[in-house]
Design a protein around this ligand. Structure first.
Ligand code: MTE
Length: 329
């Protein structure tokens, strides 16, 4: 199906045809259906529709799939830019490598192992994971530690809603996420640029925060491989590297876990990684960012001021009350 925007890619040109067809089935399963596909053009001319009709009942909470713009109406990044300027080192370290090298990645079937300090653990299929979740569209800013940023409409559900189902024990203080390790499908894993598998973590209260999302889609369609299919983390007030992709394991643990970038260079990438213009990266300033957004090919972007907690301070600053954010960066 072709969008109104003649420059928008055909979904079938992004992924091999069989994978694309299977995705349509998965979309059906996700309840996104043909409307979501038709609307998923990501161009400014044709904004994507919510995953399902929004329940516009005055005075009642939106219990059905809903759309929330948590980016203050700022111009969205185009689907083309958000899917062709990526960091996913499992497919190579160049910004175009994930799109170019992820065509053979098989995201379905998928399962996630739930482990550690919880009442319920085990292996769950993606269908199990999604069964009781209401999908929402959330438009968030994403600020990479490299000082570029985007505005992306995600489709997902609050991570906390899922975690509660596994009944974490009181001793569970952190959650650790692990990306799949599949060198045959992820050519970047042949290089030891990172200590595979990629791992990230959150403090329990961060994981349970309502802004923290597990995404299964973006721009009204299923997540492309290069963006972390079929399941990735989105934590909008933290640097993008916390947003671990293609998650196969979630573990509840007692102590602060070892995470990939923090382990690689602890002086450059903190565990917390809250967006903070007051704390520079040792090799560059974090005061401003290059916003990749608006229509057309815009990878040079506009330079704008970076906001504390990426503009989400009102919602999340209290999580860090009393902490020295220069030490706990
Ligand atoms: N997850 C895995 N498994 N591997 C990665 O290399 N890169 C991170 C994060 N998640 C990465 C990852 C970084 S540095 C960023 S900025 C975001 O993914 C980029 O997400 P995007 O490519 O969807 O914009």
């Amino acid at each position: 199906m072709r969008c109104n925007d003649p420059n928008a890619p055909l979904p079938s040109t992004i992924t091999p045809e069989p994978v694309y067809r299977r995705r349509r089935q998965v979309l059906k399963l996700l309840g996104l259906g043909a409307t979501a596909l038709a609307a998923g053009c990501g161009s400014e001319a044709a904004p994507p529709a919510p995953a399902a009709p929004v329940a516009n009942i005055p005075g009642k909470p939106l219990t059905a799939a809903s759309r929330v713009d948590d980016a203050g109406g700022e111009a969205k990044t185009t689907f083309q830019d958000a899917t062709h300027y990526n960091n996913f080192y499992e497919f190579g370290t160049g910004k175009g490598d994930p799109a170019a090298n992820s065509g053979r990645f098989v995201a379905h079937p998928w399962s996630v192992e739930i482990a550690g300090l919880a009442g319920k653990t085990g292996r769950f299929t993606l269908e199990d994971i999604l069964k009781d979740q209401t999908l929402e569209e959330r438009i968030y800013r994403m600020r990479c530690v490299e000082a570029w940023s985007m505005v992306i409409p995600w489709i997902g559900f609050p991570l906390g809603d899922l975690l509660k189902r596994f009944k974490p024990l009181a001793s569970a203080k952190y959650v650790v996420f692990t990306t799949v390790e599949r060198p045959a499908q992820m050519p970047g894993q042949a290089d030891r640029v990172l200590d595979w598998p990629y791992r990230e973590g959150l403090r329990m209260d961060e994981a349970m925060h309502p802004l923290t999302l597990l995404a299964v889609g973006m721009y009204g369609r299923e997540l492309p491989n290069q963006n972390g299919a079929p399941l990735r983390l989105v934590v909008p007030w933290k640097y993008g590297f916390k947003g671990i992709k293609s998650i196969v394991r979630i573990e509840f643990v007692e102590s602060m876990p070892r995470t990939t970038w923090n382990h690689m260079a602890a002086d450059e990438y903190g565990f917390y990684a809250n967006v903070n213009p007051a704390v520079d990266h040792p090799r560059w300033s974090q005061k401003t960012e290059r916003r990749i957004a608006g229509s057309g090919f815009n990878l040079f972007g506009n330079r704008i001021a970076t906001l504390p907690f990426n503009g989400y301070a009102e919602q999340v600053a209290h999580l860090y009350a009393g902490m020295d954010l220069r030490k706990n960066f």
